[in-house]
Design a protein around this ligand. Sequence first.
Ligand code: PMP
Length: 340
Amino acid sequence: MRYVEHVADLVGNTPLVRLNHVVPTGPDAPLVLAKVEYFNPGGSVKDRIAEKMIDAAEASGELKPGGTIVEPTSGNTGIGLAIIAQQRGYHCIFVVPDKVSVAKQDALRAYGAEVVVCPAAVEPESPESYYSVSDRLARETEGGWKPNQYQNPANPASHVASTGPEIWEQTEGRITHFVAGVGTGGTISGTGHFLKDISDGRVKIVGADPVGSVYSGGDGRPYLVEGVGEDFWPSTYDRDICDEIVAVPDGESFHMTRRLAREEALLVGGSCGMAVCAAAEVAASAGPDDVIVVLLPDGGRGYLSTVFNDQWMSSYGFLAMDTGEWTVGDVLRRKDGSIP
Ligand code: PMP
């Protein structure tokens, strides 16, 4: 019989899938492979960090048997933490701003977590903000522990331990470029360090970032793609890791996300489209011996009412991209060469 003891045992070892339509193809084109993280049991790359952050806190004694995990998270990290917490008998309290969809809150509750909703329209310093409330609950709850994915070194370390080695083995050391979006920076810093070290610096690390975010030189102005970009510099991001950072406009990210579903049968989230735009740009100037791996952090079910909804897309003026006014080559551009 072949089975695992617990669904948490299935974290990691996600597949590489070749992209055949949304990136340059032909005899001179590089091989572009997507690392599809929705195959993790919680549906995202964040299962990896949840497991390692909890392991480290158990080892250091910060998290004690029967303890309570308190984290401000609305999505993927919460699901990952909830899965490991359930396996190991911890309680979870997730603090979310009220702009987070009820469906996402319900998903966290479905795993047995408690969800505390705070107003989004207050300053981070306000005692009502979800940052302040999570700090207070972590302090006041007996056995409370806050993983803090933006400062926790186990976040990038989990990618040194799993994502990096997996990609190296799966490509038999032939990877030449690694492309990933930057949120906490854990994925790109951990995976990037592993791949740089093992290849003596040969593998190029390319960050993808929403236009407006600080990583690509923006001032932190708002953008719509979820889970990536920041308006501050978290300690989990190594500012020296990227050889290149590609800034991708929201419209391009979402259009590519829709193409991934339609043309590659990969129903994935908006930050995946963003990363693939950057990978397509890298591929356009790469050679036939190059092997580009682009990491796709999560699945698309959580984005059916946004990225995959025509009304939502057209309310931001993004839908015009589905008409013939646009080239659908390596990277989406207007026919006059400009980017939306
Ligand atoms: N995409 C999504 C959907 C995410 O939730 C995250 C995590 N914030 C990322 C990309 C970026 O990953 P990282 O935090 O490791 O930089």
